[in-house]
Design a protein around this ligand. Structure first.
Ligand SMILES: C[S@@+](CC[C@H](N)C(=O)[O-])C[C@H]1O[C@@H](n2cnc3c(N)ncnc32)[C@H](O)[C@@H]1O
Length: 383
């Protein structure tokens, strides 16, 4: 058994725990920002391949108390790095600290890198070189007030980089935040889904992949593939099963629109490149005017959107005009739909003159947001 830590956007820890259980993990402990878990390697591979929520999955290599920088150097020097990867590979070290009394994060980063290289020199006569842009092996140090944990990143590039989105416009969402919102909405493939402010199409890409049962990691590579203990046979079996489980597009009922033609073009290019265009209907349109797609299904249609939220004062004024109109448009055209709006602008429900049925705090990167749920039962919701 190995110890791992999977990180995720804050607010999505319970969903990440579900993904880990689905990957075969039984021993796990959620904390703010992620989940600690103990598992065999195949579970780690499966979680990297299938989790839409995880940001990274880190493999714990060393853990100990420290009082000064030298203690961290000694901890790193004692870890058996040359048995984990080879001196010919490039590395990058990153350090995150919470409440650490040590003054310089750069200096700690340097000391960990020195210790890894010194250990390689002592054991193998050569040392890895540093590549901060495209390292083959990423090492993470996590420092609290008096403890240091060292990890190797089994994901490599962060897991929200699915390799699908080439073009972005205006404030794109992280893919794992979008996937988390889809899950929080309770949307299931087969139920109509609309993002009327789709930008570069992040929700649409996540939904279409989900409808087609395509594993989010099927088209990329991972850090664990570059480690000495990598089991190609185990990985190939997992990948083959994932490919076998993919489904044809059918009538996916996933719809996207945006007022900006450039955004619709970006979403179209991204979906097309990912082979997901057959699952999605796209058009240009103003959310204030579009009609709801017909919903022949038994469940309410789901609208998910991430409206613009201004940072400048002039934008805030514009939004104060847009939101009341948006509230009226939802009442007029989306009766019977469940609508989910992610925003950092907490004035939104009041300005829309709608009472949210639920508010979920979520982080999009460092920005604190709310996911507001509005169940558009005809005639209700009025403040
Ligand atoms: C924050 S961005 C959405 C980003 C998107 N979720 C993504 O990941 O790329 C907001 C989008 O709302 C669109 N928008 C603004 N006003 C609109 C309106 N009245 N009708 C439709 N779309 C609108 C903008 O063009 C922009 O693409």
């Amino acid at each position: 058994m190995e110890k791992f830590f999977a990180s995720c956007p804050r607010g999505l820890e319970a969903l990440l725990a579900e993904d880990l259980v689905a990957a075969g993990v039984s021993d796990l402990q959620p904390i703010p920002g992620g989940v600690h878990f103990t598992a065999e390697w195949p579970c780690c591979y499966a979680a990297n391949l299938h989790s839409r929520i995880a940001t990274r999955i880190l493999w714990r290599i060393a853990h100990g108390r420290y009082a000064k920088e030298d203690d961290i150097y000694t901890l790193a020097l004692a870890a058996p790095w040359p048995t984990l990867f080879s001196a010919g590979q490039t590395i990058r070290v990153d350090v995150t600290a919470i409440k650490s009394p040590l003054k310089s994060l750069e200096f700690i980063t340097l000391r960990i890198k020195d210790a890894i290289c010194d250990r390689f020199r002592a054991d193998a006569g050569k040392r890895p070189s540093v590549d901060t842009r495209e390292p083959e092996v990423r090492v993470h140090g996590f420092i609290t007030a008096d403890e240091c944990t060292l990890y190797i990143d089994t994901s490599g590039a962060p897991l929200y980089q699915r390799g699908l989105r080439q073009k972005t416009v205006d404030a794109p969402l992280k893919e794992n935040v979008a996937a988390g919102i889809l899950r929080l909405s309770g949307w299931q493939p087969g139920t109509p889904l609309l993002d009327p402010m789709c930008g570069s199409g992040t929700f649409l890409l996540e939904a279409a992949q989900t409808a087609l049962n395509i594993a989010p990691g099927a088209g990329r590579d991972f850090g664990f593939q570059r480690l000495k203990n990598f089991r190609l046979d185990v990985w190939k079996d997992l990948l083959d099963s994932a490919m076998d489980a993919e489904k044809p597009a059918g009538n996916a009922q996933i719809y996207g629109s945006d007022i900006a033609p450039v955004a619709v073009r970006a979403a179209l290019a991204n979906l097309d490149r990912a082979g997901l265009l057959p699952a999605v209907t796209l058009c240009t349109g103003d959310v204030l005017e579009i009609e709801a797609p017909a919903n022949p299904g038994p469940n309410p249609g789901i609208m998910i959107a991430n409206p613009p939220y201004g940072e400048r004062l002039s934008e805030l004024d514009e939004l104060a005009t847009l939101y009341p109109l948006l509230g009226s448009a939802l009442k007029r055209n989306f009766a019977g739909w469940n609508c989910y709006l992610l925003t950092a602008d907490l004035r939104l429900p009041k300005l829309m003159r709608l009472t949210p049925t639920k508010k979920t705090p979520l982080y999009n990167g460092a920005i604190e947001c709310r996911l507001f749920e509005f169940k558009m039962v005809a005639g209700s919701n009025r403040r």
